[in-house]
Design a protein around this ligand. Structure first.
Ligand SMILES: *Cc1c(COP(=O)(O)O)cnc(C)c1O
Length: 408
């Protein structure tokens, strides 16, 4: 049913009540029972996000001359990211609205580089492992680039298969750090070797890992090299609104050199409105997303991130051990914030539906069917409760209740 715009405006306190009422059907993510869509670093970070966002919510990052404040904050955020990801001195980057935006702009840069710098004519393609994020397919649909997805080996990108799929019209190869379905870091070192040997543009999709992996490493995790440390990596996407714990609408895309980054920027003047230079897909760029990112990163600092991510690691380890004791198999060896686990004799989608009855809203992976969790620091406190409910759900779906389980 369509509602027309009310003729008379309403009072703000009434509207607030109505919005709270609308939200009663939403997942109660602050309870820690949601492990998808929301990254919950706790009320302290949420407050900084909110207040810092509000301070610059009317300002526009499209106009750096009008808002040197936002330019300065963006430059500092980009610098934080580049220093965490071993960016060389000549590296550059920008903030975007999210992972899809970052990936689209990286594909655009690689495409223009192939056309303009290398003179590649005719149809183009990119080569992805089967587990790569659909944002690449979206970008390629927009730019009419063929997507070649290659089979996985042990849930990871297979560099040999990717090498076979690549040809002189390949504008980019991709590795994920980690991939979304399994939370596993692809063999980026081998992909870097492939990229160097064949002069290919390697993009590392660290959307969900870029702002956790460096800290897990500092905490003693044996995370392999995945960033600009590897010489074949030309671009990286890393989302601030995921494990950077920043407000939504914030990601970063980085390039090994400012030379490469130039292929991303759109510079236009052939209209009556004068010259318009836009680094990303957006025109208007919300100032709040920039100020909130700047504030959260400075609020946490290296030590704050290490502490928050230490709790993510503890949650992941507790849940992995707990479900393994229940007979599940964790897929691969997850090292960051995502894990997926399965049992061949159980319908994990039915199990997922059963767990929703106890308030758990998580993800599922389909190949093979498994439960999928994207963990936040708050899950540390509920890991045991989750494992106990998995045990309960297991009894429920393998008993007579199984036939009633629904897939959604
Ligand atoms: C989340 C994610 C993306 C896309 O990011 P959005 O911010 O949702 O557009 C891309 N790649 C991976 C691995 C992701 O986890």
């Amino acid at each position: 049913m369509r509602h027309p715009l009310p003729r008379q405006g309403a009072d703000w306190p009434d509207l607030k009540d109505r919005m709270a009422d609308y939200a009663t059907g939403d997942v109660r993510w602050r309870d820690g029972k949601t492990a998808v869509y929301v990254f919950n670093a706790g009320p302290d970070v949420e407050q900084v996000q909110k207040e810092a966002y509000a301070l610059f919510q009317s300002e526009n990052g499209l106009g750096p001359a009008a808002f040197p404040s936002l330019k300065r904050m963006e430059d500092e955020v980009v610098g934080f990211g580049l220093s965490l990801l071993h960016g060389p001195d000549e590296a550059g980057g920008v903030m975007t609205s999210g992972g899809t935006d970052s990936i689209t702009m990286a594909v655009k840069a690689a495409r223009d580089f192939a056309r303009k710098a290398r003179g590649v004519a005719g149809p183009l393609n990119i080569v992805l492992p089967r587990s790569a994020h659909p944002a690449f397919d979206k970008a390629c649909a927009l730019m009419e680039i063929e997507v070649r997805r290659t089979p996985l080996k042990d849930y990871l990108a297979d560099p040999a298969a990717m090498g076979d799929a690549a040809d002189p019209s390949t504008v980019m190869i991709v590795g994920s750090a980690p991939n979304f379905p399994y939370g596993l870091i692809d063999p980026i070192g081998a992909l870097s070797d492939l990229a160097l040997a064949r002069d290919l543009w390697l993009h590392v999709d660290a959307c969900v890992g870029g702002y956790i992996a460096p800290f897990v490493r500092m905490n003693g995790g044996d995370v392999p090299a995945f960033d600009f440390e590897l010489p074949g990596v030309r671009s990286i996407s890393a989302d601030l609104h995921k494990y950077g714990y920043c407000a939504k609408g914030a990601s970063t895309v980085f390039f090994r050199s400012a030379e490469l980054q130039k292929f991303m920027t759109f510079d236009f003047r052939d209209w009556p409105g004068g010259r318009m230079v836009t680094p990303t897909l957006a025109g208007t760029r919300p100032g709040g997303a920039i100020s909130a990112a700047w504030a959260v990163m400075n609020f946490l600092g290296v030590e704050g991130y290490r502490a928050k991510h230490g709790r993510v690691t503890a949650a992941r380890q507790a849940i992995a051990a707990g479900v393994e004791a229940l007979g599940f198999r964790v897929l691969g060896r997850p090292q960051l914030g995502i894990l997926a686990f399965t049992r061949d004799d159980v319908d994990c989608v039915a199990l997922w539906a059963k767990l929703r009855e106890r308030g758990w809203f998580t993800g599922v992976t389909t190949e093979p069917k498994s439960l999928h969790l994207m963990l936040s620091p708050v899950h540390d406190a509920v890991a045991d409760a989750y494992v106990a409910d998995v045990a309960w759900a297991l009894g429920a779906v393998s008993g007579p209740v199984a036939t009633e389980a629904r897939y959604s």
